[in-house]
Design a protein. Structure first.
Lengths: 254, 254
């Protein structure tokens, strides 16, 4: 590795809880190896570069539920870890209203180098963590943590909490039901986007083939802008996650 | 690694063709690290330990279609690479009419050690090969190659060629149609078993999340017992695979 940073960060790998948290868009770092892709500081700090607040929320949830956390260490504009290597969005030439000059004329060699340096180590680390827990007889639950921008292409978004699923909808549906019952957040299933938009790659790679209960949590980023907000939302969501899992497992056992 | 053999064999990694062949049950080797699991030579040579003929068939297909081949190096009774670590069939205590003493009282530590020594390197190697090809702009097609026993629990099986799919049935359906048109083999879709039996783990991990065309080929093992038979069946199947892929891609383009 010559990026100057590790390709993936694993916190609390030996945590005893069943929930594994993933934050593919945790970072807006632009390591020297890749440069700034021709972007100025405003673009590098914007939601196109990362999911603001998502790492803090994921850390607070992992702490509350005693789970490991697997997080990205570089901007999604260098490699969006929630996309396969052939997806245009993996190294996008344009994101919302921004052009990404360093991705516009990307070479095959650079595409391969970013895949090997960032995508493969991240997914091997997550896959290894899950396989080891399965071999030990645990029953992992996979939760990816994201944030979305309140205004997209000029349009405000009313949804505050989105819960998205890949092939198995059970945990996501149960989490929406719990959140609607217990919280004041405007909570919606498969909004602001869904698996059909290609946003469940991590779940499709790691949860669906193992039949793991799973959900992708999306918070509107104005609600998790500060550490205090992140802690508050995590404190609200953690009991909903526990209740949602109990709900689907009680139903199975009945 | 202290198994004395590499955990995975990759042949022709730089082959230019689109088809990637996988043989999870290629070997009936019992490396010293794991021992013979309490089995005698008859059981260690039987279909419960490996898929007889499958490696030769996969090699002949990879040669005919200029594709890479990813193959197991140890018996499926030590770790069945087409099963996740928590599946009872990954390290089975019983297989068809045979008890497997070395798996009957397997410890958590041994289950974890086999997962780390065999399952993870195999799937990381295959995942890396696919990701690299996707990053380079190729369009891989994933074909797993298996064989099945002509007599199972005392019942003869009439099917000679089975073609099985995971989520996307297109290539498998097209291959069945081509084989029925061109060959004299008794060819059936999703026989002698299907994804519902948990036999498509490799496809679910590596083809479905990447939307790769895919199929699992199952030959009745009496038809591929010799190298000459393997070469003959491969020479028949290779043009069917090419025609099947063309059929689904022409349909898409139309």
């Amino acid at each position: 590795m010559t990026t100057g940073i590790p390709p993936v960060e694993i916190e609390r790998p030996d945590a005893a809880g069943r929930f594994i948290f993933v934050c593919e868009h945790a970072s807006n770092a632009f390591p020297a190896r890749w440069g700034d892709l021709g972007l100025g500081p405003e673009a590098r700090g914007a939601h196109i570069a990362w999911d603001p607040g998502a790492l803090g929320l994921a850390r607070a949830l992992a702490g509350a539920l005693d789970g490991p956390l697997v997080a990205a260490t570089a901007s999604r504009l260098i490699y969006d870890l929630n996309r396969p290597p052939h997806a245009p969005g993996a190294m996008p030439a344009r994101s919302e209203t921004y052009d990404i000059p360093g991705n516009a004329a990307i070479t095959t060699e650079d595409r391969l180098a970013r895949t090997e340096a960032l995508y493969l180590p991240f997914h091997e680390a997550l896959g290894g963590l899950i396989a080891q827990r399965l071999a030990r007889g645990l029953a992992p639950v996979l939760v990816t943590v994201h944030s979305f921008t309140p205004v997209w292409f000029g349009q405000p978004r009313a949804v505050e909490l989105g819960v998205i699923h890949d092939a198995d909808p059970r945990l996501a549906q149960a989490l929406v039901a719990e959140a609607r019952g217990a919280l004041t957040l405007d909570t919606r299933l498969n909004e602001p986007y869904s698996a059909a938009d290609g946003v469940t790659h991590t779940l499709a790679r790691h949860a669906t083939p193992m039949a793991l209960p799973h959900a992708m949590i999306e918070l509107r980023n104005d609600l998790i802008a500060t550490q205090a907000q992140q802690a508050d939302i995590a404190a609200q969501l953690a009991p909903c996650l526990i209740a949602a899992l109990a709900r689907i497992e009680t139903r199975e056992a009945a």
